[in-house]
Design a binder for this molecule. Sequence first.
Ligand SMILES: *Cc1c(COP(=O)(O)O)cnc(C)c1O
Length: 376
Amino acid sequence: MTKATLPFTRPTLDEETIQGVVEVLRSGWLASGAMVAQFEGALSQYLGGRPVRTMTSATAALEIALQACGIGSGDEVITPALSFAATANVIVRVGAHPVFVDVDLDTRNIDLDQVEAAISPRTRAIMPVHFAGLPVDLDRLYALAQRHDLRVIEDAAHAIGSSWKGRRIGSSGDLVCFSFHPNKNMTTIEGGAISGGSAQELAAIEHQRFHGLVKTAPDCFDVLVAAGKANLSDVAARVGIGQLPHLDRFNDKRRRLAQRYLECWHGDCALHLPARGDEGHSWHIFAPLLPLERLRISRLDFVTAMQERAIAIGVHYPAIHLFSAYRELGYRQGQFPNAERIGRETVTLPLFPGMEVDDVDTVVEAVNEVLGEALQ
Ligand SMILES: *Cc1c(COP(=O)(O)O)cnc(C)c1O
């Protein structure tokens, strides 16, 4: 019998949550209702009492956050060249121009010196990413934003449960967007949320997530803006209600597993390891860089060799500016060397709360074996 492949991630759902979902399915109310309200309340409490609005995805949340800030045609938004494509796609979708800057090779986070240099009279916002759950320097980021009168929209898709100097990501700041996709640190199947926002932005967020609709009388409603639809279902929200109480435990486990990887490869190691961070790092992924220039094999060969050893490998992410849609905007190879190198060399090793330290040891052994044969 062949061994089941160890995935690079897998959601953890308990029986209580599954039973809770069944009850919602039997309740007669499936769309946004009491479960969404309860989930938003629980998230708000987790994030220090800030207003929280849920959405169908982080992609929707980021796009709605931009709209709520009034960002559109002619505006520029500064964002890292290394992230999931959604981070930049939403900027294009609202009609604004994504201005990429490079990232740090170790933290994978946006280089704030380069942000400063990229600011123009058209810049309206900065959209950083807390890559892999390692927070961006929020003190420097917000000082910079305030100096230039810019709004900050944090892509915190990797960072639910992360903290910066003891403050949870999303418990402060302008507009902070989370993802609850099944690959993220907690899930609602598909889902996302925005934490924060001024009173005016919150009203705009509510309009944008539900047709621009406001009730004007029990038998009447008005449509204030021709908006789309991105409200979470009660079924999805019930999954989130079951996940949130376990989030800190999930993240503790992620930290322990990441620690084990770092411990095993302490000192002499062919891989370029990611920055360690501190206890505020929630380790959404563990993604070292392959020493491709010293290897006789390609990344694809590495992935295949690991697959043969029943271990799945992910890639997070190719540099965004090299995608066709962004080359069309004029971006070229060579502009953001760190993002490009990470895009070429990165591999995501298995890391999820259902794994054990023994699984990490198995992965480390397999990686060492594959690299040992391939190093020249
Ligand atoms: C997953 C992810 C998104 C999009 O999240 P969805 O909930 O799938 O829309 C955005 N940004 C980053 C950095 C992500 O990893």
